[in-house]
Design a protein. Structure first.
Length: 112
């Protein structure tokens, strides 16, 4: 487990999950198509961006799956009840959460 300083002074915990990701069934949820988002920007009158890097640390893992969300550190095992950013399946639930939150506004004035 490493800690990286962000540009705004906050810290971001980082975990190497390569071995875990190799043994994980992939969630094939499509993440937003970046070109579609960029092409839609000039059309709107207002633009804003939500930084989803904090989404991972705010999204809880299902209670039955917390036991699989354990990492090894020099100080012992650490079990996390929230998603880890390096988890290969983490972006899907974040996108689904944003789509659920903005479902009434999608394609009208909101893109996720």
């Amino acid at each position: 487990m490493l800690v990286e300083a962000k540009s705004d002074g906050r810290i971001r915990p980082l975990v190497d999950l390569h071995f875990s990701n190799d043994n994980t069934k992939a969630d094939h949820t499509k993440i937003p198509e970046q070109n579609t988002l960029r092409n839609a920007l000039p059309i709107g009158r207002f633009r804003s961006k939500i930084d989803l890097s904090d989404c991972y640390l705010q999204t809880r893992v299902r209670p039955d799956d917390v036991k699989y969300n354990t990492i090894k550190t020099p100080f012992g095992g650490l079990t996390s009840p929230v998603m880890m950013q390096e988890d290969m399946n983490a972006p899907g639930p974040c996108v689904k959460t944003m789509q659920d939150l903005f479902h009434g506004e999608l394609r009208k004035n909101t893109l996720v």
